[in-house]
Design a protein around this ligand. Structure first.
Ligand SMILES: *Cc1c(COP(=O)(O)O)cnc(C)c1O
Length: 476
């Protein structure tokens, strides 16, 4: 039996709470039924806490009682679940934080696509039904050198539909070293199984030779599949079969060669000191019949799975009924056309597509934001937190170049009295959450992925976090 149960009758009732809330500006506009539900939940929490023998403090419905907590609870309960966050992790293509950001001009395309009618599937020349893919097929071919192109929901869907079309009921030959699992449970062997293709693994984990593919060929072979080892590297004594050799083998037996490039860049990023990755154009020109890659990894566009290659195979894929289930919507389409147009001028793409400009930005420029952040925070953190500007390493992310970092600059925050983990959690709990990373008992905010106009959001969040720490430590 709780020793505090005599407090239970003092808990305000739902109607009194609702009447007070009706006078509070912050919670206006919240539908009554939802408000009622949130108030009930809040009161139930208080009841539970009393039954667990905790001291609830004064139970009056005013500033000194439970009102501030009630208002906070209702506001928190009604805020959008899907929200903006500040990515201070330094991972540029962060799958959990939304991968690629779109340029403002691209957002205007999305705005028009959503708010106006369009020629989505309408041929303006004939006045008849058109194809939604017609808007981007030509530009994809122009940029990649492929004969034909198609876009589906994401790259996982692209791999699925390609295999379902070309290798269902047949065998797909893959090197053992390429049976990758991408985060979020995308595993090449599982996708293959779903497509109805039978996986034939060849070679050893570290070395696969052309003879391994040759020996595995049979009447039942549907495709030769090559998969980019996105998020891992096999190093040491290794060997892979070149595209040229694989293509020659495939073409000798009229078997399509398919390459899943994963991130798939249209620009050779080795000019920024990054590891050389094959570009989409290089894969196409090596003679690979079908190439797939993501729209929202290194390309820097909306979520999509892009399929380019020989007309003969792409036409078959287009006709697959699965295509209707995996098709992209008008937002993706308008965003993708806008992004692809940047690539008509490589320098413009690098400057204006955020994913690329974040990779290309010099540490001097990143440093400017780190300094702005520290200068704004110094006075506010005095005596509480030590602030330093430190060198760190950003990651490209999205399965691109896992071995390699990009030099960067972070604001490091540490304190004797608060653990870095606690601060990380407090910043993550703000209305606009700040997502950093804890390293060696310091919270690092990597400024490479923080935009100039987000520095102020970090400052505001720190101020709020400091307030919260003070109030919590006062209570304890
Ligand atoms: C990321 C990746 C995928 C999945 O792409 P999504 O666009 O996330 O569906 C498939 N294959 C490889 C090699 C990848 O790197």
């Amino acid at each position: 039996m709780s020793t505090k149960s005599h407090l239970l009758p003092l808990i305000p009732n739902v109607n009194d709470c609702l009447n007070i809330l009706a006078t509070i500006p912050e919670v206006q506009g919240i539908p009554r039924d939802r408000m009622k539900k949130l108030v009930r939940q809040f009161l139930a929490q208080i009841r539970k806490s009393i039954q667990a023998d905790n001291d609830p403090g004064p139970l009056t419905l005013d500033e000194d009682g439970i009102l501030p907590r009630l208002i906070q609870y209702v506001c928190d309960g009604h805020q959008y679940h899907f929200r903006k966050v500040v990515n201070a992790t330094g991972v540029i293509i962060h799958t959990n934080l939304g991968r690629s950001l779109l340029p403002e001009a691209t957002m205007e395309s999305l705005f028009f696509a959503g708010s106006r009618y369009s020629n989505l599937e309408f041929d303006l020349a004939t006045g008849k039904r058109g194809s939604r893919y017609s808007h981007i097929e030509d530009i994809l071919c122009e940029l990649t050198g492929a004969e034909a192109a198609l876009v589906v929901n994401n790259n996982a869907a692209a791999v699925l539909i390609v295999l379902e079309t070309l290798a269902k009921g047949k065998e797909a030959i893959v090197s053992r070293g390429q049976l990758v699992e991408i985060g979020g449970s995308f595993r090449i062997p599982d996708v293959m199984a779903r497509s109805g293709a039978t996986l034939v693994e060849v070679g050893a984990t570290n070395r696969t030779h052309l003879a391994d593919y040759q020996n595995a060929l049979s009447q039942d072979t549907g495709v030769l599949l090559k998969v980019h080892c996105s998020n891992y590297r096999i190093i040491g004594f290794t060997s892979e079969v070149s595209n040229d050799a694989l293509v020659a083998l495939g073409h000798e037996f009229d078997i399509p060669v398919v390459e899943d490039l994963g991130s798939g860049s249209l620009i050779d990023l080795s000019r920024f000191g990054l590891e050389k990755e094959p570009t989409v154009q290089e894969a196409v020109s090596s003679g690979v019949d079908v190439v797939t890659f993501s729209g929202d990894k290194l390309l820097g566009g909306p979520q999509a799975g892009i399929i380019v290659g020989c007309k003969k195979y792409i036409e078959q894929i287009k006709k697959n009924p699965l295509n209707r289930a995996l098709r992209i919507d008008k937002f993706t389409l308008s965003g993708l056309e806008s992004i692809l147009r940047y690539y008509l001028d490589e320098e413009k793409a690098i400057q204006q597509i955020p994913t690329l400009s974040m990779i290309a930005e010099s540490t001097d420029q990143v440093q400017v934001r780190a300094e702005a952040c520290v200068n704004n925070l110094k006075a506010k953190c005095k005596g509480l937190f030590q602030l330093d500007i430190v060198a760190t390493t950003s990651r490209v992310g999205g399965g691109a170049m896992p071995e390699q970092g990009v030099e960067s600059i972070a604001v490091a925050i540490q304190s004797e009295s608060f653990s870095a983990g606690k601060l990380e959690k407090l910043l993550r709990g703000q209305p606009i959450p700040i997502i950093g990373r804890v390293e060696h008992e310091r919270l690092l905010l990597d400024m490479r992925t923080v935009a100039e106009d987000e520095v102020v959001l970090i400052v505001d969040a720190m101020v709020a976090a400091i307030e919260k720490m003070k109030s919590v430590s006062g209570n304890i």
